[in-house]
Structures are given as structure tokens and as C-alpha cells.
Design a protein around this ligand. Structure first.
Ligand code: SF4
Length: 306
């Protein structure tokens, strides 16, 4: 394997492959409830980027595994709080839903997707308490940075500056809570150099993991409208594959790559439709890496970042 994939990390750490059960804990998001905005991020679907998520109820394992159909998925899972902003609720509610998932014997750990401006001191204390109470299980925090560039952040209506993200990551590092950062490749107005600058920023802050996500244009989103109006374009498969491999070459080799492309909900996806063939995309990435004799960190300059 020429990059440090999540499955490699899980195999090394747990000696098995673990699947994620995407969860919807029915929270909201300050970008949707009017605290910051009503419109959400420009690319975000009505489902709050959790269109396949199951409710966090007593039967979440049964409902979550049913979505895999006949695929053999083993008996242990990661509980992935995916939909909306999963630290954006009263503390007692957060504690209740996190515990419900952590207590389940088939859950190895949880991954909480949220925003850095929604992790206050009380939430940090709760996360620290749970981390100590469940030493056999992990708590990962996923932050949707998408880009380091303020101009793009304003365009996508992210709603917080990079300095807020920076401070949050420092606090999570201090509490030994592993951080996974989401970056989007293909945001309108961003050049290859802009995207690589976001990757180089990750090399400096050293998160546990990264999700490299292809920009999807979805029905019912403002970005989807811009796409239909011909104002913005989707990346071609060839451009994405080249760009993705460029990013992997720059990325430090000890950052775990949790995602290389992304699953756009089929019924909402306007473009790029080539991304629906996930196997084909992953195959093209492998082919590109082989042809370039490429690997994660090939161009990472250790002396600059360590
Ligand atoms: S912060 Fe997340 S849930 Fe909220 S609008 Fe943006 S992408 Fe959607």
C-alpha cells in the first residue's frame, strides 16, 4: 500500500477491518439554525452531510448494519456521529447520546463530526471525561476545515476563521483527542497551489487523520444551483486523480488517510457523476501512483515540519 490508509491503521491497531455506522443524533448546526446563517455551507445537503445516517436509538447497530446488505462487515464497528454538528446540543443530551453508542459492546470507538467553533470548554471537559471512562474505546473528533484560505471559506460560508480552527486543534491535542481534518478538493476559485497549501498546513498541525474529499455538486444546495447555472465547474476524473496524488505526495506519511474521494448521495448528485464509480476512481488513483512511482510523503520535507 502506497499511502497510510485507515484500513491499514485499523489492521495494525485492531487486527481487523472495522466498518463505520453513520449516525444522526438529530442535532442542528449554527450555519442552519440562524445563529450564524440559515443557508448552511454552500455545498451541504438538507441532511447535513449525513444522508445515509441512522438515528441514535437502541437499535442503531441493527439499522446501521442492515444498510450494508449482504456485504460481510464483521461484528465490531465505529459509531460515526456524522449528520450536522455533533457537539451542538445541551451537554446532558450530548453525554446521553455519546454514552449510548460507547456502551454498546460492538462499538470499538466513536468519531464525532463537528465544527471548531462548537467545541467550548464544557464540551472539552465532557470529551475528556468520557475518554478516561472508556479507556478501551477511542474518541475521534472530525473537523470540517475544507480549506485554509479565508476567501474560499467566505465563499462556502464556513462561518469561522482559521484562527478558531487552530486554537481548537491545540486544545484537542492537549487532551490527547485524535483529530481528523476534512479537506475538499475542487472548491471554486482554488488553484492546485492553494490546495497544496492546505495540505502543507496539515503537515504543520499534525492531525491524526485526514479526509480528502472530492467536491460534490448536490441538488437542493446553493452550489448545485451555481453549477446548473454554469457558474462553476466540476473537476474531471483525470484532474481529480492527478491532484489527489499531488496531495498525497506532499502529506506527511504518519497522517492516516481516512478518505480519498467521497460518497455523494446518488439521488442528489448533479456532478461529478463519474465519482459514483468509487472502485473505478480508487483504481485510477492506484494506477496514477504506480505510474509516478508515488507514495504518501514522497515530497514531504521532514526537516521543514519536524
Ligand atoms: S457546518 Fe456541516 S452541517 Fe453545518 S452547514 Fe456546514 S457542512 Fe452542513
Amino acid at each position: 500500500m502506497n499511502y497510510y490508509s485507515l484500513s491499514k491503521y485499523l489492521q495494525e491497531t485492531y487486527h481487523t477491518k472495522l466498518y463505520k455506522i453513520a449516525l444522526n443524533a438529530h442535532m442542528s448546526c449554527p450555519n442552519r439554525d440562524g445563529s450564524l446563517d440559515h443557508r448552511g455551507c454552500i455545498f451541504c445537503s438538507e441532511g447535513g452531510s449525513g444522508d445515509f445516517a441512522v438515528p441514535v436509538e437502541e437499535d442503531f447497530i441493527e439499522k446501521g448494519t442492515a444498510l450494508f446488505g449482504k456485504k460481510p462487515v464483521g461484528s465490531l464497528f465505529i459509531g460515526y456521529f456524522q449528520a450536522y454538528t455533533n457537539t451542538y446540543a445541551p451537554l446532558d443530551y450530548l453525554e446521553k447520546v455519546y454514552r449510548r453508542v460507547l456502551e454498546h459492546p460492538q462499538i470499538v470507538g466513536i468519531s464525532i463530526a463537528t465544527r471548531p467553533d462548537c467545541i467550548g470548554e464544557e464540551v472539552l471537559l465532557l470529551l475528556e471525561k468520557l475518554r478516561k471512562e472508556y479507556p478501551q474505546k477511542f474518541l475521534w473528533i472530525e473537523l470540517g476545515l475544507q480549506t485554509i484560505h479565508e476567501k474560499t471559506a467566505a465563499y462556502i460560508r464556513r462561518g469561522y476563521p482559521l484562527s478558531v480552527f487552530d486554537t481548537c486543534v491545540q486544545k484537542l491535542h492537549q487532551l490527547e483527542l485524535p483529530v481528523i481534518v476534512h479537506l475538499i478538493l475542487g472548491l471554486p476559485g482554488e488553484s492546485r497551489e492553494d490546495i497544496l497549501a492546505s495540505v502543507q498546513y496539515l503537515n504543520r498541525i499534525k492531525p491524526f487523520g485526514v479526509k480528502l474529499q472530492l467536491l460534490h455538486f448536490l441538488k437542493g444546495t446553493d452550489l448545485g444551483e451555481e453549477y446548473l447555472a454554469g457558474k462553476v465547474k466540476a473537476l474531471s476524473k483525470e484532474t481529480y486523480v492527478t491532484l489527489l496524488v499531488d496531495c498525497l505526495e506532499q502529506l506527511r506519511p504518519d497522517i492516516v488517510v481516512h478518505r480519498l474521494t467521497g460518497d455523494g448521495p446518488k439521488d442528489l448528485l448533479l456532478a461529478p457523476t463519474w465519482s459514483l464509480d468509487k472502485k473505478g476512481v480508487l483504481g485510477a488513483i492506484q494506477k496514477e501512483m504506480k505510474e509516478r512511482n508515488s507514495y504518501q510523503g514522497k515530497l514531504w520535507e521532514k526537516e521543514i515540519y519536524d
